[in-house]
Design a protein around this ligand. Structure first.
Ligand SMILES: [Zn+2]
Length: 119
């Protein structure tokens, strides 16, 4: 199979994209292992969630201000901006999580706040 210029660029872009995804997974995994480090035996990725209790939940309201570029009738930016705003509600839920080390059995409690945004 002979590859033309377009195919080669496509292949390179594909490889870069795949590499970025792999890198992202590694970083995420590292952060997660660090987060689940046992404070007793210092092993990383050791803590596992064994219980999750909802402590409380509340809602907050806010406004997001955005500047949108004004376009002329050809769809080009004119350099002017208009202020737009929209309302958002956020549902916060606070959990108490019981974590247990799978190596030494050490238990610790953590809190975790989950935020769901309604736009
Ligand atoms: Zn431990």
């Amino acid at each position: 199979m002979i590859m033309d210029e377009g195919d080669r660029i496509g292949l390179i872009v594909g490889i870069i994209f795949a590499a970025l995804i792999i890198l992202w997974i590694i970083i995420r995994e590292t952060i997660d292992r660090k987060r689940r480090q046992c404070s007793q035996c210092k092993k990383k990725g050791a803590l596992e969630e064994i219980d999750r209790q909802k402590i409380k939940s509340w809602t907050t309201y806010g406004t997001i201000h955005e500047k949108k570029p004004v376009l002329d009738n050809k769809g080009k930016e004119t350099g002017n901006y208009i202020d737009t705003s929209r309302e958002i509600t956020e549902l916060h839920t606070l959990y108490e999580i019981k974590m247990k080390c799978k190596y030494c059995g050490y238990e610790e409690n953590r809190t975790d706040e989950e935020i769901k945004q309604n736009r």
